[in-house]
Design a protein around this ligand. Structure first.
Ligand SMILES: Cc1cc2nc3c(=O)[nH]c(=O)nc-3n(C[C@H](O)[C@H](O)[C@H](O)COP(=O)(O)OP(=O)(O)OC[C@H]3O[C@@H](n4cnc5c(N)ncnc54)[C@H](O)[C@@H]3O)c2cc1C
Length: 462
């Protein structure tokens, strides 16, 4: 592509900013990033409290976050945050150690069986499901893999035919059953459901396993994780500061028209002309949102094929509260509440995070899901009240809520549409209307997968 091509990137989160970085690395400098808010980082939002930054969005990474590492290198920063640690409670607030055989004598046979199944799944992923862990979803529903290997930082291009990959279209619980590894869900659920990515009976295995590939899951088990002292938002603030063209904040996009081989974007009342568009903002938002956020289909002249496909997208209602506690009520560590990760306990507190261990003058953040595809959504206020009640049950009552949000999170499609080739169809539309689709929906809802997808997109098309 001509290096002077004028590119508009919508969204100044990890996907949009890293698209800018990878474009620069390939010699494209004629790009502009439009961000609707007055800050960059998107769901990496790290406000300050008593002089320190806490996390309302993304918290951690793993050593295989190669794209995030590219950003760190580009900016000369590193993951220098507090070490993560956690313990477990049941729904009644009692501390438990679910994986410690000595504390669960009656459960020893189940724990041993689970260990065997984890090993088995690891082997199956390497053999039967070879190619499962490339970034993005190209080819999966057709029994192919195509992309860049995530085994090491080199990220070599890989492709091949593997009909078994079609199994990844199944909901994760069915995938586990098919392979006789049901008990592995006890391990995968911690960094999956409590991190707001939905329930195993509704989410296709492809999402679960591309994010929680075997290596990543073992890093979670061993708590071999990265954090950033100034928060995950700092990564993206730094990247923005190092880009030739930092994001244009407070960009209110009113209209996009793609005609005569050009892209016309009406932003803050003025029409701007570009050659290409990269969309990292939400493509479709079912229903209306309290924050007034709109999907791409609402402000762009989308064609029938785009409208048809994007209308299949759903997202998670994942709520975060930042709370103060009295010093004597402060938890000694972060806690996972496995009982509350069952869909029957929708809206309850699944995990709460104590970020700073050396002081009690910092906030605690809480996390809850309030939607399952087959169940009525728990209203926001009800969920908020349930979480605050749960904190009392956990013996860590909040004295005050200082920040909260229910963000547009983890857009995805369900098994029916995944199986019917949703990703193949959308990938085939890349550049059809001078438009490229990137961000969470095209890969997965974490910092690295989205940045990695931007890398791949630039590699493939520019
Ligand atoms: C509570 C929570 C915990 C998380 N924990 C982790 C974690 O531990 N590790 C991890 O890796 N990831 C985590 N994530 C996920 C991670 O933050 C996201 O996957 C990542 O930020 C996605 O990047 P993105 O650029 O695709 O989207 P976003 O971060 O959502 O960025 C999109 C940007 O587009 C902007 N935008 C939207 N609409 C428009 C428009 N019309 N015009 C212009 N701009 C627009 C938004 O304001 C935003 O800045 C977490 C997220 C949340 C909410």
């Amino acid at each position: 592509m001509d290096k002077n091509v004028k590119i508009c990137i919508i969204g100044g989160g990890p996907a949009g900013l890293s698209a800018g970085m990878y474009l620069e690395k390939k010699g494209y400098f004629n790009y502009e990033i439009l961000e609707r808010l007055d800050r960059v980082g998107g769901k990496c939002w790290s406000p300050t409290y008593n002089g320190r930054r806490y996390e309302m969005g993304a918290i951690m990474g793993v050593p295989s976050y190669y794209a995030v590492h590219d950003v760190e290198e580009f900016c000369g920063i590193t993951h220098d945050g507090p070490k993560l640690n956690r313990n477990y409670k049941n729904k009644d607030g009692k501390v438990i150690e679910p994986f410690e055989p000595k504390k669960n004598i009656l459960k020893i046979p189940r724990l041993l069986k689970m260990k065997k199944q984890v090993k088995k799944l690891g082997e199956l992923l390497e053999t039967k499901y070879k190619g499962y862990d490339v970034n993005g979803h190209r080819g999966v529903s057709e029994g192919r893999y195509e992309g860049f290997s995530q085994v090491n930082a080199k990220r070599e291009p890989v492709s091949g035919v593997n009909p078994n990959l079609k199994d990844l279209c199944l909901p994760f619980n069915e995938f586990c059953k098919l392979n006789g590894v049901e008990l592995t869900q006890d391990i995968w659920i911690g960094p999956y459901t409590s991190f707001g990515y939905g329930y195993f009976d509704e989410i296709p295995a492809a999402y679960v396993l591309k994010y929680l590939d075997f290596q990543t899951t073992m890093n979670f088990v061993k708590v071999n994780l990265w954090t950033w002292k100034n928060g995950t938002q700092y990564i993206w603030e730094q990247l923005n500061a190092h880009l030739k063209n930092p994001a244009v904040l407070n960009s209110k996009i009113e209209k996009i028209e793609r005609k005569d081989g050009k892209v016309f974007v009406t932003v803050n009342g003025a029409v701007k002309e570009y050659d290409k568009l990269i969309v990292t903002a939400p493509l479709f938002i079912p229903g209306t949102r309290a924050d007034g956020q709109k999907g791409f289909v609402e402000y762009c002249d989308v064609r029938e094929d785009e409208k048809e496909l994007f209308s299949k997208i759903d997202y998670e209602r994942y709520d975060v509260l930042a709370v103060e506690t009295k010093p004597e009520d402060h938890p000694e560590i972060s806690y996972y509440v496995f009982d509350n990760m069952a869909k029957e306990r929708l809206g309850h507190l699944m995990v709460y995070y104590r970020r700073w261990k050396d002081t009690k003058d910092q906030v605690i953040t809480t996390y809850a899901l309030r939607k399952h595809k087959d169940t009525a959504e728990v209203p926001y206020e009800k969920c908020r009240a349930m979480v605050l009640d749960d904190l009392k049950t956990m013996h860590n009552p909040a004295s005050n809520v200082i920040n909260e949000w229910s963000v547009y999170y983890f857009p995805h499609v369900f098994s029916k549409d995944y199986t019917a080739g949703w990703y193949e169809k959308v990938e085939a539309m890349q550049d059809k209307y001078n438009t490229f689709y990137a961000g969470e929906i095209m890969s997965f809802g974490d910092m690295d997968e989205t940045a990695e997808y931007s890398r791949e997109l630039i590699e493939r098309f520019f």
